[in-house]
Every structure is written in C-alpha cells, then in structure tokens.
Design a protein around this ligand. Sequence first.
Ligand code: ADP
Ligand code: ZN
Length: 716
Amino acid sequence: MTTTIHHTLKTIFGFHAFRHPQQEVIERVVAGEDVFLVMPTGGGKSLCYQIPALHRDGIAVVVSPLIALMKDQVDALLANGVAAACFNSSLSPEEARRVSRQMDSGELDLLYVAPERLLQPEFLERLATLKLALFAIDEAHCISQWGHDFRPEYTQLGRLRTLFPAVPMVAMTATADPETRKDIIRQLGIEQARIYVAGFDRPNITYTVMPKHKPLAQLGAFLNGRRDEAGIVYALSRKRVEQVAERLRAAGFSAAAYHAGLSDEERRRVQDAFRRDDLRIVVATVAFGMGIDKPNVRFVVHYDMPKSVESYYQETGRAGRDGLPSEALMLFGLGDVMTARSLIENSDNAERVRIELQKLNAMVAYAEALTCRRRALLAYFGDQRELDCDNCDICNDPPQRFDASELARKALSCVYRVGERFGARHVIDVLRGAKGQRILELRHNELSTYGIGADLSSVEWDNIFRQLIHLGYLVQDFSRFGALGLSPAARPVLKGETQVTLGLPRDVAKVEEKTRRRSGAGEGAHRALFEVLRNVRKQIADAASVPPFVVFSDATLVEMAKSKPRDARELLSITGVGEHKLAKYGAQFLAAIDEYRRTAEEMQPQLNTNDLHLALSDTQRDTYRLYQEGISLDEIAARRGLKDVTIVSHLEELLASGLDIDLRRFVDKDKIPLIEERLEKLGAVNLTALKEGLPDSISYSDVRLVRGAWGRERQS
Ligand code: ADP
Ligand code: ZN
C-alpha cells in the first residue's frame, strides 16, 4: 500500500488525527490480526474497520444487527466516495442483483450484511469464492446471553472463524461488563485477539440529576431553552410516554411517542422523521434505542429513573455522538424507586430479584450521590478517576453540607413513634402537622412528634429522608409499600451521640438555570450562520433522501460557522470535510458562507438576543444588564463590586459574542481621536505600546476600550 492510513483518514474522511486507540487497532487489522474493541458509543469504532477495509485487498464484510443502521453507514461511506453496499431483506430483486454483480466484479470495499443473511449456506458459498479483507462484527455483545441485547441469530457467527480461518476479525461493542466480553471472545473463537478498551468517559455529556417534583413543568423548562435541538425523553411505561408526548405537542414542541405498542409503520415513521431532523423530540420507552445512531442527539432526559446504571449509561450515551456538548438529565423521585421495586419483586425467580434489586440500588445511589456524577458513574464500571469532572450538576453547583443532627433526630423519632409501619409520605405529614383524615383516624395528631417539623416544606423533608435512607439510618421495606424502619445506626443519632451531616437541598431553580444555559451547537455569534448551514444541509439531504448527518455532522457545521472558510482549501481543513464531500457539496456551503459574510452587517441586529443570552455567563449577563441602563463604567463597577478592568473585559466579551456594545461610550469624546491615531499607526498592538506617548490623562481602560471597538470594526 502506498498511501498511509493517515492519508486515508484525511482525504477520505476529512479528519486530522486518530482518536485513541484507533490508530493501533487499524494498524493491527491491516496487518491481518484479530482485534476485540470495547469503546463507548460515539468513540469512533467505525473507522477501525472502514480504514482497514480500504487498506486490505478484497471485500470487508461487516455484520450489523439493524437494517436502518446499515443503510446510514452505507450512505455515509458513499458520501465520502467509498464503494459500499448492504445486502439484506430490504433490497428489491434488482438492487440485490446489482449488489451481487458489484461483489463479483470486485469493486466493493465494504459490504454490510445482517447475520441471518450472512449465514445462509448459499451466501457463505459465495463468500468462499471471493477475496475477503476482513470481518467486522458490530454490536458484538448481541452474541452473548449475558449482554443486554441478546440476538439468537448472532450465535452462529462463531462459524466464521472455522470457515475462514485466514480472514482477520474485528469485534466491537460498547458493553462494559467483563463477563459479556469474555463470552463474546470465546463464542467468536478469537481468543488470541488483542483487546482494546477505550475509557468509558463521555466528556461531552453533562450529567444532571434533578429531584422530581413537578416533572412536566421541569421537563418543559428544560426543553424551552432548546427548541431547535434534537433529543430523547425516556419514560418507563407506554401510558406515560403517550401522555408526555401529548403534553409536549400541546405546548408547541415537535414531539412524538415511540413504544412497542405502536404499529411497525408508525415506529418507522417516527424514527425516520427523527433521523431526518424533521422531528425534534422522541418520547420513548427503552424500545427506542439500538436503531438510533443519529449523531446530533443533544439531550437525553430520563423522565423516570432507569432500572440499572448500565441502562442509564447506555441510554444517556445516545446523546452527543458527534462530540459536541450534550445533556443527560434525570428526574429522580422516591416514588419511582417504589414502583421499580414492586415491579422487580413481582417476579418469582429469587435469584433474578436479588440481582435486579442490587442493580436498582446502585442506580438509586448514583442518583442520590452528593459527589461528582462522572466519578460515580465511571467508578461503577471500574474506571477510577482522580479528579472531579467540572461538567456535572454536582461539580457545577456543589451541595453545601450542614449539621442535620437535630432534623435527623426529629425524622427518626417520628418514624419510631408511628410504629415503623409507614412510608416517608405519611411520616412527613405527621412531622409537618398535616390534618388529613388518615392522620386523625390513626390519632397520629396525638404523637409527641406531630407538627415538630412544620417549619420545613415537604420537599425539604423529602430530601432529608432520602439522604437518611441513602446513608443507612433508615431502611425501606419494599414488601410493605416502602414502610420506613430504623436501622441500628439510628440509635446513636436518637441518643444524641453522633452527628449527622447532610447535603443542603440544592436550589432546583439554579440547577435548572445552569442546565438551560449550555447548548451544544448554538454558541453565541456563530449560531446564526450555523442555522443557515443547517438549512443548506437539510436541502441537500432531502434531495438525496439521506439523513442530514450523512452530508456533514453538526460538529463540522459548527466548525464552518466559526472559521467561515473562504475557499476550497480552507474548507478542506475543517474536520469532516474529505475530498469527495468537498467536490460534491463544497460549492454550496462556500456560497452560503460567502452570502452570510456579505450580509453579516445587516444581520447583526437580527441576531436572536435570546440565543446570545444563552451563551453568556451569569456575571457577563449582570454586566450586560447594567450596560443597558446606560450608566458609567465606574458606576457599573461599583454596583457590581468589581474592578473597572473586569467590567471592561466583560464588555469586550459581550461584544465578541455578537451583542451590540458601544465601547467608545465610556471614553471621553476628545480622547478618542488621539487613541485612534495611535491605533492607525501601530495597529491593535499591546496596551503598553499604545499608551506610550499618549497624555497621562488617558487611562489603560480608555485605550483598551477604544482598541476593542476599533478592532471589532476591522474584523470581517
Ligand atoms: P461508534 O460506532 O463508536 O459509536 P462512530 O464510529 O459512529 O462511533 O463515530 C462517532 C463520531 O465520531 C462520528 O461522527 C465520526 O465521524 C466521528 N469520528 C470518529 N473518528 C474520528 C476522528 N478520528 N476524528 C474526528 N471525528 C471522528
Ligand atoms: Zn462532576
């Protein structure tokens, strides 16, 4: 081979560098070795067989479980100018004949097949007559009963090794579980395969868990800030799915329901619309999953708690495959835990119940954790992290801790007084002195603990009970509808011998605000051009009947919007633009960027200030508000309790983010021409150089403000 794998990466796929461990995997497969690759969703598994397919003689046979996924992969390869096809039951007789001819003539580099098709005797005989580059087994965990998505048709794949001992095999999965991994390797007969495990971290996903109080309102608030973005909302039951989808539609969102109770046709319709960016939100049960390789899913919301950390990781992992910032939000309520438990305990397989309860407990512990979510999540998969992530709700807004000994004592003694026979709801009612029928009937209004907790809201008490359960002071008996009982650890607390430290309930509004602000593709000033490019992409995609991401990913469009390439060479330097796509789509995108640049000045005032606001930090926003009041720099600084220079840098940032900020407003009229004269002579050099030779009455801030305004006007 004369071209290097780096060259292929750049010219065909338009990427500049390999991600870990792509290069090593590719080198080994090119050399004819077997590889077992464990890599999270979005990590970049496809390249690990696609590049070897181009660097080895013959056809690469790719086994993939879902027809829809195959088609997308093939479309994406064709868009890059790679000869690929799929062979499955969805082809018409003519199409099948065409693919057949392509196989025989040796013009195909990659062939995607479903396992049941591959293993048909006539197909295997055909393969035996062809030169094969490699076998790639995608979603390899489907072979194992240990895995979460066992598919019987995968079990026969072990025969490939016996039938084609000389053809290298690369098996890929995102499954974390070591048992499943061993089983896959054994069943495929690739015991000598080199194993690569990429970390499980998905750094671009922000994890947030919010206590569930008014779920529909919470969901609405979350979605409001991201109307143009695509996402999935998972709920546990079909009924809930229908209901949430209906409410979202009524609130004007583009949303549809997806669950196993719908007709095949309806489900296909929803999936297609979602893939084509015609539908923004899918509200779904877990039935909506494997078929989703849409890279620009910007958020995954768990309206109900998932039943295990594995499912949670898997489901949240569908967000942000393109590497852009994405959100995973879970609403977590004690009621969900109860429902999940009773469902599990309904089974009469004791071993199964035990395992599932364990998994559920781990999920609850995650949701209740007051430590960095990412650390907790990765720790669950045995991936220890040294540092907090700075990109989860806990890191962004660490809970304050307080001495809750007194409150804990009240809570525990109330549990004791009601006879350890009631759930948290009732105990809280007693603590708060509620006057419900049931309380009066039970004469719980006569208990010494009745009303001693009236100063806290039931939401606050809820939080305290949750933590007491989590920390092991209280135990919940799920065979008795979640009745609370005291654990041995409760005794010293009741006696006042130990202190209890709890996390202060976090300000939900604040968490919501922070969650709302970040948004994937929409970064301030570039948002408008991004939207333009997105429309161009949509038109091209619709005309070619492919999903938009086959044309270019969101990540590629964001990069284009930021760097605004002027010609083919500059466009080619953007990640995701290979030579084939350049030739095919380059002109259209360059024209759109050019047009945008020319009208940019007129467009400035039309920029949606709401979008801009989203990109601002709290402190920038506060400065902006005062700026709008028209007061002086000193006054803004005084009102904010910050230094002048800090305010000046905020103003510069606000200007850079696309807001219409008049920096000269803060400088004396007669000073401006003097400073501008220096700028004309020296350019926008450093402040010291500019200030030199100017009268002392002109301050650094003056120079900086004028330089900022001057520089901005000279940018294109
Ligand atoms: P997986 O199959 O592991 O879920 P994919 O192979 O679909 O992941 O890749 C996920 C995304 O990352 C795709 O949009 C792909 O184009 C992109 N990608 C993969 N490798 C690279 C790379 N080396 N540089 C830039 N982007 C990459
Ligand atoms: Zn964190």
